[in-house]
Design a protein around this ligand. Structure first.
Ligand SMILES: *Cc1c(COP(=O)(O)O)cnc(C)c1O
Length: 375
């Protein structure tokens, strides 16, 4: 079976874990956490980074930092992972789902505008497949109405919007280092804070509601319970693994580009025949080669192709089921049909994508897809 994903080792993970073990500190906020923070802050022009145990946790921190209260409304795309919405539901927010654009699965700025009310507190955007949302019109709406903008950049590492790194644009941004992402440590995440005034509070929430970070810096002589918070820190074991991956990011990204380009060339013939479609990259965005997905012509084709590939030992997969019609939230959703969210849900097929996949395997996968469409 060619799996959909296989966690990649870049080479120095064992050595770094060894160093962490002999350092005598394995809990969070140690040497490797610091290395990861500095790396990310410098490379992506982010004011303050905090490693978390997942992107889900980073989203929960951003919901606390946005001071979302019960009854507040938060605008979230329907076409996303549950954590994007769940983090705000945990604070008592009502989720107002926005549709995707017609051109790609990202949130449609025009649909956001129609959803703003006096209760709106924040807009959450998701850079699907690491391709930037159209941030300028979204920031404009947010500024007009005094709203927070949170980037769910779980898939968005090393990608750019008009030259700006994803994750450096909103008030807060969240990244995932889950093993299915470009850079990983099994499970892990990061909160980016781009607004100076929230850095102190973020550190407190990160450290279970205490001012321990300030204590470690020698700024206070005792640490105390000062706010709400949780145990959001990543262990040094994971951080040491993660730092080994950070150091190899250029190599990892170039490998992924090779895979993406090979799929693109291999499947071009089907695009030309109209059997499948590919989503074009907007002129304002870059590709970070997070995933390779195709659009089938309809739901039947999506199911048929996935099943056919499974019979040929290839794990291709669909993606999100729209959250506005999910078992948990369908009854709460009062907005429209959100046709584009459903459209992408019924057409996207993601192909196996991991750094060690070889050109023979990619060729085999493309051949099988071509065979499926020749029948
Ligand atoms: C992967 C992903 C998440 C969740 O990341 P975890 O680190 O597993 O919590 C959230 N949002 C999006 C868009 C994702 O792709």
């Amino acid at each position: 079976m060619i799996p959909f994903n296989k966690p990649f080792l870049s080479g120095n993970e064992y050595e770094n874990i060894q160093k962490a073990l002999s350092s005598g500190k394995l809990s969070g906020n140690g040497h490797f956490t610091d290395c990861c923070h500095k790396f990310f802050e410098n490379r992506y022009h982010i004011k303050k980074c905090l490693l978390t145990t997942s992107c889900t946790d980073a989203l929960e921190m951003s919901a606390i930092l946005s001071q979302v209260q019960p009854g507040d409304e938060v605008i979230v795309p329907s076409y996303t992972f549950v954590s994007t919405a769940n983090a705000f539901v945990l604070r008592g927010a009502n989720i107002v789902f926005a549709d995707s654009m017609a051109e790609n699965p990202n949130i449609d700025p025009k649909s956001i505008e129609t959803l703003i009310t006096s209760k709106t507190k924040a807009i959450v955007v998701v850079h699907y497949a690491g391709v930037a949302c159209d941030m300028d019109p979204i920031l404009k709406i947010a500024h007009q109405h005094g709203l927070f903008v949170i980037e769910d950049a779980a898939q968005g590492i090393d990608s750019y919007y008009k030259g700006k790194p994803l994750g450096s644009i909103g008030n807060f941004a969240t990244f995932s280092f889950h093993e299915t992402k470009n850079i990983h440590c099994g499970e892990g995440g990061l909160l980016a804070i781009n607004d100076d005034e929230y850095i102190r509070r973020a550190e407190v929430i990160w450290e279970k509601g205490t001012n321990r970070a300030a204590f470690y810096r020698g700024e206070v002589d005792k640490y105390n319970w000062v706010d709400i918070g949780s145990s959001f820190l990543l262990s040094e074991l994971n951080a040491s693994f993660l730092y080994a991956q950070f150091e190899q990011i250029q190599f990892i990204q170039s490998k992924r580009k090779g895979i993406w380009d090979a799929y693109y060339e291999g499947l071009n013939v089907l695009v030309n025949q109209g059997d499948i479609n590919l989503v074009p990259l907007p002129e304002y965005a870059t590709n970070n080669y997070h995933m390779f997905y195709i659009l089938c012509n309809d739901l039947n084709d999506q199911k048929g192709l996935i099943n056919y590939l499974k019979s040929k030992n290839i794990m291709a997969v669909f993606h999100y089921l729209p959250l506005h019609i999910s078992p948990f939230y369908a009854n709460e959703h009062t907005g429209g049909e959100l046709k584009n969210s459903i459209y992408f849900s019924e057409r996207i097929v993601r192909l196996p994508f991991f750094n060690d996949i070889d050109s023979g395997q990619i060729e085999y996968i493309c051949d099988q897809i071509i065979t499926y469409y020749s029948k």
